[in-house]
Design a protein around this ligand. Structure first.
Ligand SMILES: NC(=O)c1ccc[n+]([C@@H]2O[C@H](COP(=O)([O-])OP(=O)(O)OC[C@H]3O[C@@H](n4cnc5c(N)ncnc54)[C@H](O)[C@@H]3O)[C@@H](O)[C@H]2O)c1
Ligand SMILES: O=C(O)C[C@H](O)C(=O)O
Length: 333
């Protein structure tokens, strides 16, 4: 029997992530090759013509899974009936800025769009915030959409997770698909903590070995590896004069696909989710944790050992998120 189409909202769809993301969604990268989709694309009036151009290209691409396109500058029309909302709309940082420097422009967008989603999205809509500062925008969206369950609101740290996998794969000269269970803790910012203490590599023999053992260079793992992942967004901006787009779009698809369809047995991924106090992270922050997903729900992986070095890093990034929350409220008032 033919499956009902899923309605997927992309805000900021005329921007550069949007341009990379919408064809991925229409090709089945988000929800699999058998799931039809209807795309809802939102942008602001100055971008309306460009948004219409993206719609024309989607029609011209004749994607078999794409059953309809709504391209609009009306937030209510954009949010109506959506099952998945990927919130990319906002302003990116430029070279030399930290992500929280775009806070005052972006948090107000998330306050405004929270109520449209709350009132008009389908029940149980899953929300992924991509726009920076991603954790704090997601928190503001959550606080101004109190009837959306907190388990349905997340932010993107999968890009950082994938960057960490990529760095380990290059260092060990192994396939990226054979590396798993890195963790991004905390904020999608330069205080995030990319942690390899539980990560493994599958060897050609089929045996799984710890990344720390295989790399055998703690100075690199505790130093350059961490700073490379933390600063990768800035390195891309320096090189491209634009922030990451194709890798961000791909990571957004990975995030939603695993959330909806489940993580493979024995594998976890990183998602920014509402803290319940696990690992002594203050409750009430949107913080990146290791999670597994099943039946459309994520759960934080419990019981991982945290050494003293890691503890300090988990706390530092939590402190930054607490400060960002206060800053966000001061921007809104
Ligand atoms: N979390 C991550 O891993 C990650 C990765 C890359 C980029 N980002 C962030 O994603 C955001 C988008 O990046 P980009 O490179 O696509 O930027 P972009 O400037 O190319 O596109 C952003 C789009 O959002 C639109 N927009 C602005 N205000 C809006 C509103 N109120 N409603 C709807 N649309 C609105 C703009 O008109 C523009 O078309 C930035 O904040 C960037 O920093 C996050
Ligand atoms: O770094 C940025 O500002 C863009 C994005 O958050 C990234 O990590 O690439």
């Amino acid at each position: 029997m033919a499956q009902e189409p899923v309605r997927v909202l992309v805000t900021g769809a005329a921007g550069q992530i949007g341009y990379a993301l919408v064809p991925m969604i229409a090709r089945g990268v988000l929800l699999g090759p058998n799931q039809p989709v209807i795309l809802h694309m939102l942008d602001i009036p100055p971008a309306a013509e460009s948004l219409n151009g993206v719609k024309m290209e989607l029609v011209d691409a004749a994607f078999p899974l794409l059953k309809g396109v709504v391209a609009t500058t009306d937030v209510v029309e954009a949010c109506t009936g959506v099952n998945i909302a990927i919130m990319v709309g906002g302003f990116p940082r430029k070279e030399g800025m930290e992500r929280k420097d775009v806070m005052s422009k972006n948090v107000s967008i998330y306050k405004a769009q929270a109520s449209a989603l709350e009132k008009h999205a389908a029940a149980n809509c899953k929300v992924l915030v991509v726009a920076n500062p991603a954790n704090t925008n997601a928190l503001i969206l959550k606080e101004f959409a109190p009837s959306i369950p907190e388990k349905n609101i997340s932010c993107l740290t999968r890009l950082d997770h994938n960057r960490a996998l990529g760095q380990i794969s290059e260092r060990l000269n192994v396939q990226v698909s054979d590396v798993k269970n890195v963790i991004i803790w905390g904020n999608h910012s330069s205080t995030q903590y990319p942690d390899v203490n539980h990560a493994t590599v599958k060897l050609p023999s089929g045996e799984e070995k710890s990344v720390r053992e295989l790399v055998a260079d703690d100075a690199w793992l505790n130093g350059e590896f961490i700073s490379t992942v933390q600063q990768r967004g800035a390195a891309i901006i320096k090189a491209r004069k634009l922030s990451s787009a194709l890798s961000a779009a791909s990571a957004a698809c990975d995030h939603i696909r695993d959330w909806v369809l489940g993580t493979p047995e024995g594998t976890w991924v990183s998602m920014g989710v509402y803290s319940d106090g696990s690992y002594n992270v203050p409750a009430g922050l949107i913080y990146s944790f290791p999670v597994t997903c099943r039946d459309g729900e994520w759960s934080i992986v419990q019981g991982l050992s945290i050494d003293e070095f890691s503890r300090k890093k988990l706390d530092l990034t939590a402190e930054e998120l607490t400060e960002e929350k206060a800053l966000a409220y001061s921007c809104l008032s």
